[in-house]
Design a protein. Structure first.
Ligand SMILES: Nc1nc2c(ncn2[C@@H]2O[C@H](COP(=O)(O)OP(=O)(O)O)[C@@H](O)[C@H]2O)c(=O)[nH]1
Ligand SMILES: [Mg+2]
Length: 474
């Protein structure tokens, strides 16, 4: 894709309207592109296709696009028009008559294979071949079978020309190396840009040991052994073809179900779980290289994230209005916590005369004292005696909020702060076979801390992980 970008950059900077340009971009691909009304239309094809062949298809695509999207950016909306355009492109793909040919020695099983994987009527190609269609996922290809019982017929060249994929089939139980080499050469000469899939057939007719011998003798690395009489072989071959052609996998059937589920979780108000579900869908889309829904999904995540932020902002405001404010001294405690204590490594060295060593020691003492005092701030006497505190502001007794045994001590919060709660939670969730991003884990932890108003324990984390996993698997 970087190559493509470099090649078309000058055309993007200074578009030349109405003319089709054509360039190879790598060993395997070439591009065809044309600009119209400030939109650049780009086809990436393998090296088999010619300009004459692609031009009308590209032009038709532009006409269709302009008809469906008078405003070009509308193409990113996932609606009926977008669907119609995608269907149109699939049809164009079929119009391009990508050609798959089956070659190989007589009686290797070619016609058997042809009949097994074809999905349309058969038409005759002159006197030497038959053709039909093979459908793989939603894509259609022309499929050709050679009819003459002659391994060295001159018509093989004509048969192979212009193919995108050559399937070479031979009989593992009976073959001649010379004949197989002849077919390999034909592919190289007549269709050097096509992909090649080599199938060793009649696997059922030979044993494991002989198979090893055959593979060594042939010295071809990529032989797929198959048996056409075996169950499930049709799907297996389709998969092999899709893999050899590097076809994009279709989104799994349950993708839409998952999408609806995420929406209902969102409507139900469980925003954090909804975000997790949408992110999962983005991950699937990326895995399948299907970007149909990506922009919608990303917009959803962004919207929910904003909602969550708004809610937590609102909660903060409400909380600050609540008559439960931290007394000033507690806030001071937190400041003391982050203050770096002077150390020998400290870059700021005290001036030798004004601040002698003894003074530093002396200045540290109150800090330590302050720490002990801070702990006492949670005591009942403090709540009533401290003058700074507006008594009316304290509507909750400290014992009701944080039971004595769970009150944070400085020591505790120091060791707790070393724990990476979000990471721990993420690991627990992953252990249960689910996933949640580290950001969302952080949010969950923040929520949990707000709700519990005390340092978190491992049990809290476990409960949160279980809660998430349970909801996630609904
Ligand atoms: N046992 C066995 N027989 C097969 C297999 N594949 C094809 N055959 C048989 O091999 C014979 C020749 O197949 P055919 O498709 O006519 O070969 P072609 O000349 O290459 O078109 C047919 O009778 C098939 O039934 C296989 O995997 N196992
Ligand atoms: Mg045949």
């Amino acid at each position: 894709m970087n190559n493509v970008r470099t090649v078309i950059q000058s055309f993007l900077d200074m578009p030349t309207m109405g003319k089709i340009f054509h360039r190879p971009v790598s060993e395997n691909f070439q591009i065809f592109h044309k600009s119209e009304k400030n939109v650049l239309f780009l086809f990436i094809t393998d090296l088999v296709d010619s300009l004459e062949y692609i031009s009308p298809i590209l032009d038709n695509t532009i006409i269709k696009f302009n008809e469906l999207f008078p405003n070009p950016t509308d193409v990113s909306n996932p609606d009926d028009k977008k669907r119609e355009f995608v269907d149109f492109l699939r049809e164009q793909q079929h119009q391009m008559h990508s050609k798959i040919v089956i070659i190989g020695p007589t009686s290797s099983g070619k016609s058997y294979l042809f009949n097994m994987i074809k999905s349309d009527q058969v038409r005759q190609i002159m006197n030497f071949a038959k053709a039909s269609v093979i459908t793989i996922d939603n894509l259609k290809f022309d499929l050709w079978d050679f009819e003459l019982k002659d391994n060295f017929s001159l018509l093989w060249s004509k048969f192979i020309q212009g193919s995108d994929l050559v399937v070479l089939l031979f009989d593992l139980s009976s073959y001649h190396i010379r004949v197989i080499e002849h077919f390999l050469n034909l592919q190289k000469q007549e269709s050097k840009f096509s992909k090649l899939l080599i199938l060793g057939n009649n696997r059922d007719k030979i044993n494991k040991k002989d198979l090893k011998i055959v593979k060594n003798a042939l010295n071809i690395s990529d032989i797929e052994e198959i048996s056409l009489v075996e169950k499930g072989v049709r799907e297996k071959i389709k998969l092999l073809i899709a893999r050899t052609l590097n076809l994009k996998k279709l989104l799994p059937h349950h993708f839409i179900e998952l999408f609806n589920e995420a929406e209902s979780v969102e409507n139900g108000g469980n925003l954090i779980l909804a975000i997790a579900k949408y992110k999962e869908l983005i991950k699937i889309s990326n895995n399948y290289q299907d970007f149909t829904y990506i922009s919608t999904l990303k917009a959803k995540v962004e919207k929910i994230q904003e909602e969550i932020d708004e809610q937590s902002e609102l909660r903060k405001q409400i909380e600050s209005k609540k008559k439960f404010e931290m007394p000033g001294k507690i806030q001071f405690t937190q400041r003391v916590q982050v203050q770096p204590l002077p150390s020998s490594k400290s870059q700021i060295k005290p001036p030798p005369i004004e601040v002698p060593k003894a003074t530093i020691k002396a200045s540290r003492t109150p800090v330590v004292k302050q720490e002990t005092e801070d702990l006492l701030l949670f005591s009942e006497s403090d709540a009533s005696e401290t003058v700074d505190i507006d008594k009316e502001d304290i509507t909750l007794h400290i014992d009701e909020v944080i039971p004595e045994e769970k009150r944070p001590t400085l020591e505790q919060s120091e060791s707790e702060s070393k724990k990476n709660y979000p990471k721990m939670l993420q690991e627990m969730i992953e252990l249960s076979g689910s996933t949640l991003s580290i950001n969302l884990c952080s949010q969950l932890i923040t929520e949990l801390q707000k709700t519990l108003a005390r340092p978190l324990t491992d049990e809290d984390l476990e409960a949160a992980a279980n809660f998430f996993v349970k909801h996630d698997s609904l």
